[in-house]
Write a protein that binds this ligand. Structure first.
Ligand code: PMV
Length: 336
């Protein structure tokens, strides 16, 4: 069950009683932030210290199916495998379901399929909470506006607020204490040549969750003071770069923003270091490529894997230099 604060937000947006109206089957893409969310001003509501802007990963995401459970209990599965109710994944997921279920007994069967290759080492909480929120809305026939769904998905996982749309998405920080203006919206900007490559470094579980990592950074890093303003500035620069299709500004700002975020973590006490020697080697290779005239930029999240940003004209070069990378074309039509 979410904290009382979160519950009051659900109370405000959901009817007092819900019932299962239909089976639901919903998909949400994962996303990678070009300017990052790192640090919360309200932990219960996942309200960020700064706005952030992401690109969705098209067919890399989560599909969640909700139907009536025939056993009288909730049943949760992930990639076809039944999960024990006390497993961390099932508990987090059921906590979100409880908030929608309004204290009623409606046993559900919740099946999640992640379409993100495990070898890519990418977290799926953003797409997972977004797909779950969409599926709960559909299953209970709520028909909530997408902006409200973004806010409710955010309570499950901050970055999930951005996973309700394809393409470029901005999550506005907002000022309201209840987070009613801390919601995401899609940006105008179809950019067919835009490419992302995931270069796997470490595909195991994170050394520290982003939730714990950002709380530790905000509490102890002397460099964190400068982060929210810089991140807000970077977000605005990247928004303009998206609208003007100025790739070099977008890439350079995204890379600088990721490195600044990692600098705040490394200055935390004790230090929080997600990057591994191989991540730094990849960053070196990216810089070398740039010196040779290829506009390739890197970004990294709460893990060691490196994500590359480039345009289709550099795809052959990326494939040659990073043969283990998976390449995503975020604006190619999605085949259902
Ligand atoms: O929403 P969370 O708790 O998974 O945090 C996401 C944090 C980063 O991925 C590092 C940055 C971001 O904006 O996605």
């Amino acid at each position: 069950m979410p904290s009382l604060d979160a519950q009051s937000i659900f109370d405000r947006h959901l009817p007092a009683k819900v019932s299962l109206q239909a089976e639901a089957d919903c998909y949400a893409p994962s996303n990678i932030a070009l300017s990052k969310y790192w640090g919360k001003r309200n932990k219960a509501l996942n309200l960020p210290q700064n706005s952030s802007l992401s690109i969705s990963l098209r067919d890399w995401g989560s599909r969640t199916k909700i139907s009536a459970s025939t056993t009288g209990d909730d049943s949760v599965s992930l990639n076809g495998k039944h999960l024990a109710p006390e497993s961390p994944f099932a508990r987090k997921l059921i906590g979100h379901v409880e908030a929608f279920r309004r204290d009623q007994t409606i046993p559900l069967r919740i099946e999640t399929i992640n379409t993100i290759p495990t070898a890519a080492g990418l977290a799926s909480s953003a797409s997972g909470f977004a797909a779950l929120t969409l599926a709960l809305d559909a299953a209970f026939g709520l028909e909530l506006p997408k902006s409200t769904l973004s806010m409710l998905a955010r309570i499950g996982s901050g970055s999930a607020s951005r996973s309700l749309w394809h393409g470029f998405v901005e999550w506005s920080c907002g000022d309201e204490q209840d987070g009613s203006d801390s919601i995401a919206h899609p940006l105008d900007g179809v950019w067919p040549d835009f490419r992302i490559a995931i270069v796997p470094v470490d595909t195991g579980p994170k050394s520290q969750s982003s939730r714990d990592g950002m709380n530790h950074t905000t509490a102890t890093s002397p460099l964190y003071k400068v982060w929210p303003d810089q991140a807000e500035t970077d977000c605005a620069i990247i928004r303009n770069a998206v609208l003007e299709q100025d790739f070099e500004t977008l890439g350079a700002t995204a890379e600088a923003n990721a490195l600044a975020m990692h600098a705040t973590m490394m200055a935390a006490r004790p230090a929080l270091i997600y990057l591994k020697p191989q991540s730094w080697q990849i960053l070196d290779t990216v810089r070398d490529s740039r010196k040779k005239g290829h506009a390739i930029y890197a970004t990294m999240d709460a893990g060691a894997n490196v994500k590359l940003l480039f345009l289709s004209q550099d795809e052959a070069h990326v494939k040659e230099v990073f043969p283990t990378a998976d390449i995503i074309c975020p604006f190619e039509p999605l085949v259902p």
